[in-house]
Design a protein around this ligand. Structure first.
Ligand SMILES: [Zn+2]
Length: 413
């Protein structure tokens, strides 16, 4: 049982509870479990506290609803906000003490109303606390759920002294986490012998032994400005948060050609589509072909809860998406929902990947400005497994239901 619940049960009465202590215990329970967010909101008869673990909300505890104003008030005091104000949204942040790791808490308060069980109207608020733990958040390439061949190729690419590695995928596909894990891998491998600099918008986590710079548009500290200066800082590895304009693309490609390992993200409909996108940004195909050494396409999927996983049959029209030969040997499973997964049937998350390695054949194809579809075909001929294929393999192994793959990954055809 968590400490906040223990404290709640040990109290003789609601009045005897120390709110400061209760709130601290809730926050420390959330941090210790590795949660990313805390949600506090009034439900029918209680103030429910939930935490988001691996992307899924789970109940931490239920508090007597009469504690709502006190709990909200205490959090607002921590965040230096107007503690009695409940009628309009407020936002603020606080830092926990060192005993809780000096974690940053970003709080958001939003007024809500609901009818209570006595027929009156309850005025309250929904409070969401985002937890940013710069110390404990670990970024490990091995823990992202990459397919084994992708992991091997990525480590190989990261061992090269120069060239450009691009990550692509929609918002929420795990690009930032993957990039931070790649940088952490380099730090762990080389220690203080390597110079790594980043330019980001925003800097989401502070990484040890890496110089991170935050873009500031109002001060004209843009990606191109930052990158140009950075080139004079003798970095071996440069991480560019996102390539979204021709100037940034140009400097990044040049950096990759001149003895730097460049790691960045770029928005593109598909992994092979990254090249057309760069050519649209006025990058010469021969420079692109020589600079880019690999492109990783990513999607994040939810994985089936191990506690309530059970055999299941997807509906017939969906089953057709799995090749017959694979279906025969498949052990399809989904989660029925249980207390471990808050009834969702899912517990963790994993990255499904599509690793396009630029070899000699691919380089020629890029220089020839072949269309995206053709580049994709060549990559597949050279052994690239598509996101869809990788996703279906997870389904066959019972790691996630077919519906989750259909929801999150575009089909190959
Ligand atoms: Zn479950």
């Amino acid at each position: 049982m968590n400490k906040a619940s223990e404290y709640l049960q040990s109290a003789d009465s609601v009045e005897s509870l120390e709110i400061t202590r209760l709130v601290d215990l809730m926050i420390s329970d959330a941090i210790e479990s590795g949660a990313s967010d805390i949600h506090i909101e009034p439900w029918d008869a209680s103030l429910v506290v939930r935490i988001r673990l691996n992307g899924v909300l789970q109940e931490l505890l239920h508090l007597p609803v009469e504690l709502m104003e006190k709990v909200g008030g205490r959090l607002k005091v921590m965040a230096n906000l107007v503690s009695y104000e409940m009628d309009r949204p407020q936002e603020g942040h606080a830092q926990t003490g060192q005993e809780m790791g000096g974690v940053e808490l970003r709080m958001s308060f939003f007024p809500v109303v609901r009818g209570n069980h006595q027929g009156g109207v309850l005025r309250g608020e929904k409070i969401v606390i985002r937890i940013f733990d710069p110390n404990r958040r670990s970024f490990n390439l091995d823990d992202l759920g990459f397919e084994a061949p992708t992991l091997d190729t990525m480590k190989q690419l990261l061992s090269k002294p120069s060239g450009m590695i691009l990550f692509t995928g929609p918002t929420g596909s795990g690009k930032t986490t993957a990039i931070y894990a790649a940088l952490t891998h380099l730090v762990e491998k080389h220690g203080p012998a390597i110079s790594i600099s980043t330019v980001e918008d925003p800097v989401e986590y502070n990484l040890p032994m890496i110089s991170q710079a935050q873009i500031h548009h109002a001060k004209e500290f843009t990606y191109p400005v930052a990158l140009r200066s950075l080139m004079r800082q003798d970095p071996q590895v440069i991480m560019v948060g996102e390539i979204r304009d021709a100037e940034t693309a140009n400097i990044a490609v040049q950096a990759g050609l001149t003895g730097h390992l460049v790691i960045s993200t770029i928005h593109s409909g598909s992994t092979a589509g990254v090249f057309a996108r760069m050519i649209n940004m006025k990058i010469e195909p021969f420079l692109l072909a020589s600079s880019v050494i690999g492109v990783l396409g990513l999607r994040l999927i939810r994985t089936t809860c191990p506690y309530c996983a059970q055999p299941y049959q997807p509906e017939v029209s969906y089953q057709k998406l799995i090749p017959d030969t694979l279906l025969e040997e498949a052990s399809l499973r989904n989660g029925g929902g249980c207390e471990h997964c808050a009834g969702t049937g899912f517990s963790g998350q994993a990255s499904v990947t599509e690793m396009l390695e630029v070899d000699e054949t691919m380089r020629e194809a890029i220089m020839d400005k072949l269309p995206t579809r053709k580049l994709q075909d060549i990559a597949i001929e050279r052994g690239m497994k598509t996101l869809w294929q990788a996703g279906i393999e997870r389904v066959i192994r019972g790691e996630t239901p077919l519906e989750e793959i259909i929801r999150s990954i575009p089909t190959d055809k």
